[in-house]
Design a protein around this ligand. Structure first.
Ligand code: AMP
Ligand code: MG
Length: 502
């Protein structure tokens, strides 16, 4: 029999296999860092499912997670670096941002050959910290964990949490909070802001190197394409068009869509001041610092296009080094196509939520009128869509009851039923298909805050675990989880505020 002592489990047992292309190939785009020494590291939560998907030995990892993810021990093969980037924040350009409280441990490759960045957030100061302490509090790191897992379960591309650990340090915020580190897994951490860093200085050799790297990493089919930089722009725009459509379909508000928070991979990143929409409202904003509503729910597609324009600008000298006007014209064509692409993904998703497998010209109008009804009565977005699925096989009374004006929704339901009658599938099949795309459970504001407070204030992870259980199987209605399907009271949503960089 083999007995493993805690300290005896080696890196090989965990199964990390690092191959750090970013550190190797992108000199100038990072600074090596030493993680801050944690006082008393402890594992709070390990994402066992993700660890397994990464080909790691879950039990071996669990025994070392506190040490590895708090930064106390750098696993062999990892090379901690702080990535450098710039970015447009709320429209204004910051030439120097970078990982101020994060570091990239390295790129892990699993047995299937999938490469993933493994990063720590809250791991201490770096040269990019400016006035910040480089630390993170437990609540916000658990928030990122649960939001990311919910998004993943909803089928939205996202970075994910592999673990949350506490460091034993106290982090001063509006009060003293337990310090924590989030281990984050991403397809990469390349951002629009990474391109802006050297483009803003006119150092296009560096932008060239970065673009070639990004193509190798995310769009290898373009490596030999003569118009590969335009191709990269097109590919990133395509991924973002689909991503934003998915956000809109589930009612996700990112809250801080700065260019440093927009990935090349098309994954959602940086769950700071984000929130899910409850009452349907296109101008909903939860972020405490978004005074102008720049990143309001309904503005997200336009803001994504704005960010892509900033990305396109960094690529112009690569797209056509000899002719700036020609490069701009080609880039504009891609940018001008963004909205149509987004609308296509959105329409596809909305049709599925309406239970319409076939496509008819008036479907868009039907969808628009439905959302207008939700907006008029501030009906809960998630509850309404789910109730619509139920209405396929019932009289729809429960749905009507959600509205202040049942007359208007009744008239709409008649149109929708007439349209549904022309569908080939049976009502039972249609209802099931609708329930597979309209969730019962989302991370509701009240439930998220309750879970984080219990964990942060009382060390009680029970509510967090229950919330996670609900939102990681969002389409499967289960007894005992009713509180997770219920809208937060209006007063809660009305004064709900989320925060960045906390
Ligand atoms: P975020 O809002 O998380 O996207 O962060 C924006 C910028 O602020 C990034 O450069 C972060 O690294 C930096 N930042 C946020 N919080 C801290 C902190 N506590 N200490 C140092 N830098 C931070
Ligand atoms: Mg960020």
């Amino acid at each position: 029999m083999c007995v493993w002592h805690k300290g005896a489990v080696s890196n090989e047992q965990v199964g990390f296999h690092f191959d750090n292309t970013y550190a190797r190939e992108l000199d100038g785009f990072y600074v090596p860092v030493t993680p801050a020494r944690p006082l008393r590291p402890a594992l709070v939560r390990l994402n066992r499912g993700l660890a397994e998907a990464m080909g790691l030995d879950v039990d071996a990892l669990a025994s070392q997670a506190a040490e590895i993810f708090s930064g106390a021990r750098v696993p062999p093969g990892a090379e901690p670096i702080a990535q450098a980037y710039a970015g447009h924040q709320f429209g204004g350009f910051s030439p120097r941002l970078g990982d101020g409280r994060a570091l990239l441990l390295g790129e892990h490759i699993d047995r299937a050959g999938t490469r993933r960045d493994l990063a720590l957030k809250g791991s201490g100061r770096t040269v990019f910290s400016r006035g910040g302490d480089g630390k993170a509090a437990l609540g916000p790191m658990l928030r990122e964990y649960v939001m990311g897992e919910a998004m993943h379960a909803l089928g939205v591309p996202t970075t994910r949490a592999l673990a949350v650990v506490t460091t034993g340090d106290v982090v001063p915020r509006d009060r003293l909070l337990p310090g924590a580190v989030l281990a984050r897994v991403a397809a990469s951490h390349l951002r629009v802001g990474t391109f802006e860093l050297f483009a803003a200085r006119g150092e296009y050799d560096q932008v060239h190197r970065l673009a070639d790297y990004a193509i190798r990493r995310h769009d290898p089919a373009l490596i030999d394409a003569p118009d590969r930089y335009l191709g990269l722009l097109r590919a990133v725009a395509a991924r973002q068009a689909e991503l934003i459509a998915r956000w809109m379909l589930v009612g996700f508000i990112h809250g801080v869509m700065n260019t440093d928070n927009m990935t090349l991979s098309g994954e959602t990143i940086d769950y700071g001041p984000c929130a899910f929409l409850e009452a349907y409202d296109p101008v909903a904003v939860f972020s405490s610092i978004d005074h102008q509503g720049r990143y309001a729910f309904g503005r997200q597609p336009a803001m994504a296009r704005w960010n892509l324009a900033r990305f396109a600008e960094t690529l112009l000298p690569l797209i056509d080094p000899a002719d700036g006007d020609a490069a701009a014209a080609q880039a504009m064509e891609v940018l001008d196509g963004f909205h149509a692409r987004y609308e296509k993904h959105l329409a596809l998703g909305v049709r599925a939520k309406l239970g319409l497998a076939a496509s008819e010209p008036d479907d868009a109008l039907l969808a628009r009128d439905w959302l207008a009804l939700l907006a008029a009565d501030a009906v809960d977005h998630t509850v309404a869509w789910r109730a619509l699925a139920d209405a396929v096989t019932t009289d729809g009374r429960a749905l009507e009851a959600l509205f202040q004006d049942p007359g208007a929704v009744r008239a709409w339901l008649e149109r929708w039923r007439a349209r549904g009658a022309r569908e080939a599938h049976s009502p039972t099949e249609r209802a099931a298909a609708m329930r597979a795309v309209s969730p019962v459970y989302i991370p509701r504001n009240e439930r998220v805050e309750e879970a984080l407070e219990a964990a942060q204030e009382r060390g009680d992870l029970g509510p967090f675990e229950r919330l996670l259980e609900a939102v990681t199987k969002p389409f499967e209605e289960r007894a005992g989880l009713e509180a997770y399907a219920r809208p937060s009271p209006r007063e809660v949503t009305a004064r709900y505020q989320t925060f960045c960089g906390t």
